[in-house]
Design a protein around this ligand. Structure first.
Ligand code: P70
Length: 461
């Protein structure tokens, strides 16, 4: 990776959106009224919004001009064919099912393959994927390598799946128990950590041996390809596009939330390499939930922005600047002694709240407490990836199940903020560090049965 001070952003800014920081008193009031759930805040009350990198990117002039040639025909619009050609070109997949966003593609996929009591194996499913698996009364099984769960360990591919555990699970659970393998690239839940090409290749060997479909969750595939190029031997001289082509050749299909690496504000798709029967099955469900096969819940203009964004997302100078900015923030936080997951991932910096607030046990929701403090300190919005998001109450025993990590994710939107915004984030952490022993934690006072973190209410302890 080139040093960040040897180049500047490979774009200039033509349109801006004002943001303002409310004063501390106002922030205290607003977060209290939001029941300490950052999802409940109005965007205008947020100064720097690192809630998600999903759908928050700045589109290019090229994408905006594409929006003007949206063909809004119900059936067979031009833009669908442009999208299909782009996916065919970049991923090598022939059958494309557009959806309104990634989770809709997951819904179609799970409806096709997953039944009650089955195990859906993956490196580490993201929360919406887990939600869809649980909605079908099946179990998400995460088999990421042990190194992937050690926040302090520097390992180049912490998103890899443990191949021995994978083979054992496939052996023990016949196809009727474990219908599907999903590889999430990069692996969001443990810090935007990449999967190596070697690991993907070996997973595909096992998938073929045990005759299970292998599907890639491609939300951040381009960032994953960037890491392969820079960390895996034999790929330094290959283009991101060549690397992507190879990676997707190992799988049978993919789901994609296009709101990430395809640089659009809305959109997703499900694609299959060559299985026409799967495609026709998927279209049946798509028509019920999303729309006709050539638009799938998106306007023609959205399909066009997506087709163009897919190409832009694989450009080398864009990716270098994008990941360079994430590393810039990671470096600033490390200088400030804030414990973060190492190495820094592709789409954000993940702060280890358990180590930052060691006096708070998991029952006091340290990661949610830190996310709240970041808003109180500087109006910065982040997201908790800890007990609120991944813990749950076991419906059979009523017991609280705790996840292995307590993280606060600072997800960086693409092409939207400058390094000076990142400086402000690091400064906010310095402010919190000075008074962190006074942070007492939170408790949940309301929760939904599934994906509770979106709507939970909290009380300060
Ligand atoms: C995020 C968002 C979405 C996602 C993902 C992977 C690897 C599928 C999806 C679903 C979701 C989010 C979470 C909390 C707050 C805001 C947004 N990830 N697979 O930020 O895609 O959102 O398009 O339905 O990361 O990581 P979609």
């Amino acid at each position: 990776m080139r040093s960040r001070d040897s180049y500047a952003e490979p774009y200039r800014i033509k349109m801006i959106e004002p943001i303002r920081q409310k004063d501390r008193q106002a922030r205290e009031k607003l977060i209290k009224e939001a029941y300490y759930n950052l999802f409940n805040l109005k965007a205008e009350d947020v100064y720097i919004d690192l809630l998600t990198d999903s759908g928050t990117s700045a589109m290019s002039a090229n994408q905006w001009s594409g929006m003007m040639i949206g063909d809004e025909s119900y059936a067979g619009c031009d833009n669908f064919y442009n999208l299909r050609d782009a996916i065919n070109d970049i991923f090598g997949y022939s059958y494309v099912v557009p959806t309104h966003q990634g989770r809709a593609a997951e819904n179609i996929l799970m409806s096709m393959f997953v039944d009650e009591k089955q195990d859906v194996i993956g490196n580490m499913h993201f929360d919406t994927t887990e939600g869809h698996i649980r909605l079908r009364k099946a179990n998400p099984v995460n088999l990421v390598i042990n190194e992937g769960l050690d926040p302090e360990l520097d390992h180049p591919f912490k998103g890899n799946i443990n191949l021995e555990s994978l083979e054992k699970t496939l052996q023990d659970n016949g196809p009727e128990r474990a219908p599907l393998i999903i590889m999430t690239v990069t692996c969001n839940s443990n810090g935007g950590q990449p999967v190596s090409m070697e690991n993907m290749r070996e997973v595909s060997v096992l998938a073929k041996k045990y005759k299970r479909p292998l599907i890639i969750d491609a939300a951040r595939y381009a960032e994953n390809c960037y890491f392969i190029k820079h960390r895996e031997s034999g790929y330094a001289d290959k283009s991101i596009r060549d690397i992507a082509r190879e990676m997707f050749s190992y799988a049978d299909g993919c789901t994609m939330s296009s709101k990430k690496d395809a640089l659009v504000n809305i959109g997703g798709f499900l694609a299959f390499k060559d299985n026409e029967d799967w495609y026709e099955d998927a279209v049946q469900i798509q028509i019920c939930y999303e729309g006709f096969r050539t638009y799938g819940g998106l306007a023609g203009r959205d399909l066009e922005a997506l087709a163009r964004g897919l190409y832009e997302g694989t450009e080398e100078d864009y990716l270098e600047d994008r990941i360079g900015q994430v590393y810039y923030l990671g470096g600033k936080l490390t200088e400030a002694d804030v414990p973060i997951i190492k190495p820094v991932g592709g789409h954000g910096v993940f702060v280890d709240a358990a180590r930052f607030l060691p006096h708070l046990p998991q029952t006091k929701l340290p990661a949610q407490a830190l996310a709240v403090e970041l808003y109180r300190e500087a109006g910065i919005r982040s997201i908790e990836l800890g007990t609120s998001t991944f813990g749950y109450t076991n419906p059979e025993t009523g017991e609280e199940v705790y996840p292995p990590q307590e993280l606060v994710r600072l997800a960086i939107p693409r092409r939207a903020y400058t390094d000076r915004h990142m400086d402000m984030v690091a400064k906010a952490f310095e402010g919190i560090a000075e008074r962190k022993s006074n942070i007492n934690g939170l408790k949940i006072i309301y929760q939904a049965k599934i994906l509770r973190h979106f709507t939970a209410r909290y009380e300060m302890l």
